[in-house]
Write a protein that binds this ligand. Structure first.
Ligand code: ADP
Length: 330
């Protein structure tokens, strides 16, 4: 069967905002048990998720990520604050707000006795999608499950089940798809396939929000990232800006010969700069603040010294560096 590209019919009444999601001072306090007492999971979150991108919600375990997306999906009721979903205020029109979003849960809870096609039809029924507007076959094609459309769900592999969950979240063609830890516990190959699916959906115009604790996943997929910790927003920025904020780089020099220590003139040439030198055998690693000196400057300063450099490479900071520095400050 050939697949026609999905064209989503946005159900929004909103035309004058560029934001898929806005959150203003969102607080969630769980009642908790008599033993634990109340727990404030979100302590006043302000967030804007622009339309059209892939937005990553990052944070350590217990940060409040699931609480936030469950509020969007309507399964957790916020204590206070304002949320709009594709321009619809969650409190004023919860039905429409829910229609504007599809949530892909983390758990692989699929009814084993229904086929993927039956599952999608049932889901569409629950969302009140009229039969002539259902697109189960197209959606199954989109997530690569055409061949399994009539197989019992219990015979599906883990990867297929995950794709079926994505399909389930799309039956009402929401403009926003939220994926909660989409690749938690999956192998590398499957992770790549899921990333590809996420990118394809985004290319077709679906705004994607995902939570993840894999920083490399956020770095690879997301154009914007919000980091939350202890129920508070620590930062929200374009991924490239966030990486630039790490503010340091490492220059790795491979020397012509192994030496016990750097020659004194090389050390003197780099004196007074904001950098650290780590030398072992034939490798010297110079980690420097990018605001004070550049790779070119360092190489130039070393050029007039007896240091015999055979090869050079640089290491860019990754999101993990940024994440750690931001969350450790707390
Ligand atoms: P994350 O998804 O970032 O791991 P969660 O949103 O699941 O974080 O949890 C945030 C905090 O709220 C945690 O301290 C967690 O223990 C607490 N929490 C989550 N759900 C409940 C609940 N139903 N009752 C009480 N506390 C909860």
């Amino acid at each position: 069967m050939t697949s026609t590209p999905l064209s989503f019919t946005w159900q929004s009444t909103d035309t004058n905002t560029e934001m898929a999601i806005t959150a203003r001072n969102v607080i969630k306090t769980y009642k908790g048990s008599s033993a634990t007492g109340p727990k404030q999971a979100l302590s006043g979150i302000d967030l804007n998720v622009p339309k059209g991108g892939i937005f990553g919600l990052l944070g350590p375990n217990g940060a409040g990520k699931s609480t936030f997306i469950n509020i969007l999906g309507g399964t957790v009721v916020k204590t206070s604050g304002t949320v709009t979903v594709w321009g619809t205020d969650l409190d004023q029109d919860p039905r429409q707000a829910r229609a504007n979003i599809g949530i892909v849960p983390q758990e692989l809870n699929i009814d084993a006795f229904f086929t993927p096609r039956e599952t999608l039809e049932m889901m569409a029924g629950m969302f009140g999608v009229p039969e002539n507007e259902r697109r189960s076959d197209e959606i199954l094609a989109e997530v690569g499950l055409t061949d399994q459309a009539h197989a019992y769900a219990r015979t599906l592999s883990g990867g297929m089940r995950r794709r079926l969950l994505v399909a389930k979240a799309m039956v009402h063609q929401p403009p926003i798809l939220v994926l909660d830890e989409p690749t938690a516990g999956v192998d590398v190959t499957l992770r790549q396939k899921l990333w590809q699916l996420i990118r394809e959906l985004n290319d077709q115009g679906v705004t994607i929000i995902l939570t993840t604790h894999y920083l490399e996943e956020a770095e690879a997929l997301c154009d914007r990232i919000a980091i939350i910790n202890h129920g508070q927003l620590i930062t929200e920025a374009a991924t490239t800006d966030l990486l630039a904020r790490a503010g340091h780089k490492t220059l790795v020099l491979t020397l012509a010969d192994a030496i016990d220590d750097l020659p004194q003139p090389a050390k003197t040439a780099l004196d007074g700069y904001d950098l650290t030198i780590d030398h072992h055998g034939d490798t010297t690693r110079i980690t420097f603040a990018t605001s004070t000196i550049s790779t070119g400057d360092i190489l130039q300063k070393l050029a007039d010294t007896p240091l015999q450099i055979k090869d050079i490479s640089t290491e860019e900071p990754n999101l993990e560096d940024v994440f750690l520095s931001l969350t450790q400050d707390q």
